[in-house]
Design a protein around this ligand. Structure first.
Ligand code: AHR
Length: 320
């Protein structure tokens, strides 16, 4: 081995050791929304695994979908003097006071997977997808699929006031704008859950001549789509052909539905928000360099042409 490659190896090992050593001493609080969807469960598992891998002591708090519980948890983390706080904010508004308290205590806050309507200097960085783009990707898929055919769409929105619900709606509407043959005829929240997705879809089907007038369902996440698929089947219709099913997340169950011909497209949202978040935090604590304000994850479209059975096999058991 040449001297240069030896030096490179030593430098690499030193960098690895110092970042592991740095991470190893950290205590990080994580205020999670809850476990409303398969995607959310996977994000929780991945965050715990990433923390363990890096020797980070992760304090986990499940807010059971309530912002007040998240605020309480964040105040608890501040009182404990944690080194940093991760928060997946259930809704966009109402964060100024508690984020200000974290800032006053000099505790960096990192937002995971959802945004907030608050001054950008109240958090270190935000790791999330471009949610408007996710909606556009889903909408463009539908535009390409139906071509000039008339298409009445029903929409299952995510949690009211959350950034994915707001932005995924916006992006989808942008993609179908100008297409006179495609219109959203009904839109209601299913709160990102399978049970609510099914219940709301049942109402849509009843209201639209037993479902015969519906061409597609656009769900802001896969869990609601899976619930909608059940409602479509219960109504004696075929999901995937009588009613197209388009959603977001790329969880194993939607690939299973796709393999059975019952779902048409999903837009991937990686559950690994913690990896980039911890990388940014460690770099910041090491040399004080602030990371990019927005770390954007990819939004890849998957359709039945993308080996859904293989995707199901590859993803099941990953914490979903
Ligand atoms: O914020 C991300 C969204 O929240 C996911 O798409 C959804 O499944 C989750 O509950």
């Amino acid at each position: 081995m040449s001297i240069l490659s030896r030096l490179a190896l030593v430098a690499g090992m030193t960098a690895m050791l110092s970042s592991t050593a740095l991470a190893a001493g950290l205590t990080v609080g994580f205020s999670q929304i809850g476990s409303e969807s398969g995607w959310r469960a996977a994000e929780t598992s991945v965050t715990k695994m990433e923390a363990e891998k890096r020797g980070i002591d992760l304090k986990f708090a499940d807010a059971q979908q309530k912002q007040e519980n998240q605020i309480k948890a964040i105040r608890g983390f501040i009182a404990q003097g944690v080194d940093a706080i991760l928060v997946a904010p259930v809704v966009a508004t109402g964060w100024d006071a508690v984020l200000g308290e974290a800032k006053d205590a000099k505790i960096p806050v990192i937002l995971l997977d959802r945004g907030v309507d608050a001054a950008e200097d109240l958090y270190l960085t935000s790791v999330a997808s471009d949610q408007v783009e996710e909606g556009r990707v889903a909408g463009r898929f539908l535009v390409d699929s139906v071509k000039d055919k008339d298409c009445k769409v029903v929409e299952l929105q995510g949690t009211v006031g959350s950034t994915p619900a707001i932005n995924r709606k916006k992006g989808f509407e942008e993609a179908i704008a100008g297409k006179a043959n495609i219109s959203i005829v009904r839109s209601q929240t299913g709160d990102f859950t399978r049970a609510k997705g099914k219940e709301v879809m049942e109402g849509f089907i009843k209201a639209e001549s037993g479902g015969k007038d519906i061409c597609a369902v656009y769900a802001h996440n896969d869990d609601m789509a899976v619930g909608a698929i059940q409602a479509i089947k219960d109504a004696g219709l075929k999901p995937g052909s009588d009613i197209l099913v388009v959603s977001i997340d790329a969880v194993p169950d939607i690939f299973s539905a796709m393999a059975a011909g019952e779902a048409n497209a999903t837009v991937e949202l990686t559950p690994n928000m913690a990896g980039p978040a911890f990388d940014a935090l460690e770099a910041y604590l090491k040399d004080g360099k602030a990371p990019e304000k927005f770390i954007i994850t990819e939004s890849k479209l998957y359709t039945p042409a993308d080996n859904p059975q293989g995707e199901y096999e590859a993803r099941k058991g990953l914490g979903y």
